[in-house]
Design a binder for this molecule. Structure first.
Ligand SMILES: [Zn+2]
Length: 420
């Protein structure tokens, strides 16, 4: 086993990860088992620990939330939320700066140790010193590759204006890393020398998946255009830009299947007052899942598509579709998240993944560490409520409840990403 053994004093661990107030809807034995399991976090944005004198890390997201116009924040996420304040006091005794000095490059791994998370999939522009395998596995961003033409006509609000500028910058980075100075003349050359080259570079740097934040830029309705149509738009800059994006997306998804990387989609509601919730419904992706040409590619529906989480359940029967409950685990209270998890577990339990979506929303008080802590406590509690309900309704036995907990917290992710 290449994984480092996590040494955490037992008392501290149970204080951190035991579900809050194991009330009447939580079986104490199941809760205790869940607290013990070393988790694989399917989706998060850890900040890279930097040393004194180094510039702060900004690569935790391709489209950071700082670019968004103000919105009415969900109540659990607001600054001053009692849970976030409690998490802030708990982590390193409320002094993250002292812990950062003490642990240096090992700081982020120390955060994982305190939450009993063995491995975190880090959805970032890049990893780097302080975020290294096997504790952190890389999930880079692929949206930028879908926009080789100017994006001005696609911008309808200030959020998109900021986002497309960031995507253009990331595409420039992908060009530079691919050794390409200017946009290739033909779509074939672009796909080969920029898109495929970038995906292969990501894969050889250890990436386990490519992430799409597509719905922040356009709806999840992805067509299946003819290559000639896409080539025409690419070459002339005129015609249906969406068709070109769709063609490039399908190329990326096919390549991900060939390279053994999953495709991660943001699904369901997201940040910002202009976010298109309707266009984030994971059911819109069904034509992709039903395409025989994409059956080698595994798709993971991040955030479980809330508020479409019940509808998403039906998609889990597709052989290559998975879901996690990231973000639900800190945006929604456990009772609500438990209902989603239970519906999925009662249907296709091998496809359900634990995740936090730890994100530096408002550091230092609400950094990725605090969000990870709240999501970890709430997510484990939601899983305990779901399994307790299934046990008490005699749907499953006690040993099966423990087995399901292990599958959700780590076994399913290990199988999906072929981890040791
Ligand atoms: Zn995320």
């Amino acid at each position: 086993m290449p994984y480092r053994i996590v040494v955490v004093p037992l008392l501290f661990l149970s204080a951190c990860t035991a579900p809050r107030g194991a009330g009447p809807n939580v079986d104490a034995q199941i809760a205790a088992e869940i607290a013990r399991i070393k988790a694989i976090d399917n989706h998060a944005h850890p900040v890279r620990p930097t040393l004194d004198g180094e510039p702060p890390d900004h690569e935790y997201d391709a489209l950071p939330v700082e670019s968004l116009e103000a919105q009415s924040e969900p109540i659990r996420q607001r600054p001053g939320s009692p849970e976030l304040l409690a998490a802030h006091r708990e982590i390193f005794g409320g002094d993250k700066a002292a812990a950062a000095r003490k642990y240096g490059r090992d700081y982020a791994a120390q955060v994982l140790d305190r939450l009993n998370i063995e491995t975190m999939l880090a959805n970032r522009v890049a990893l780097g010193p302080g975020l290294t395998t096997p504790r952190f596995l890389w999930v880079p961003f692929a949206d930028a590759l879908m926009y080789p033409l100017p994006t001005d006509p696609l911008i309808h609000n200030s959020d998109q204006k900021a986002f497309f500028a960031l995507e253009a910058r990331l595409l420039q980075r992908y060009y530079a890393e691919s050794g390409i100075a200017v946009r290739p003349a033909t779509l074939g050359d672009y796909l080969d020398k920029v898109v495929r080259a970038t995906l292969e570079r990501h894969k050889s740097a250890g990436a386990v998946a490519e992430k799409f934040e597509m719905v922040y830029l356009r709806p999840l309705t992805i067509g299946n255009p003819a290559r000639a149509d896409a080539e025409q738009v690419y070459a002339t800059g005129r015609g249906d830009y969406t068709a070109l994006q769709d063609y490039i997306f399908r190329f990326i998804a096919t390549e991900c299947g060939r390279l053994g990387m999953a495709v991660h989609f943001h699904t369901g509601a997201g940040g910002g007052g202009y976010f298109n919730v309707t266009a984030s419904n994971p059911l819109l992706l069904e034509p992709l899942f039903n395409d025989p040409n994409l059956r080698r590619t595994n798709f993971v529906l991040l955030h479980g598509g809330w508020p479409f989480e019940r509808q998403l359940t039906a998609l889990l029967t597709k052989p290559n579709v998975y879901a996690d409950f990231s973000a639900q685990s800190f945006m929604n209270y456990s009772r609500n998240t438990a209902a989603a998890i239970r519906a999925w577990l009662e249907y296709v339990p091998e496809k359900v993944l634990y995740a936090t979506d730890a994100y530096p929303y408002a550091p230092p008080a609400a950094g990725w560490e605090e969000v990870a802590s709240v999501a970890n406590t709430s997510g484990r509690e939601a899983l305990a409520i779901a399994l307790t309900g299934m046990l008490r309704d005699r749907e499953i036995t006690r040993p099966r409840a423990v087995e399901l907990a292990r599958m959700v917290l780590r076994g399913n992710a290990r199988a999906l990403y072929r981890l040791p």
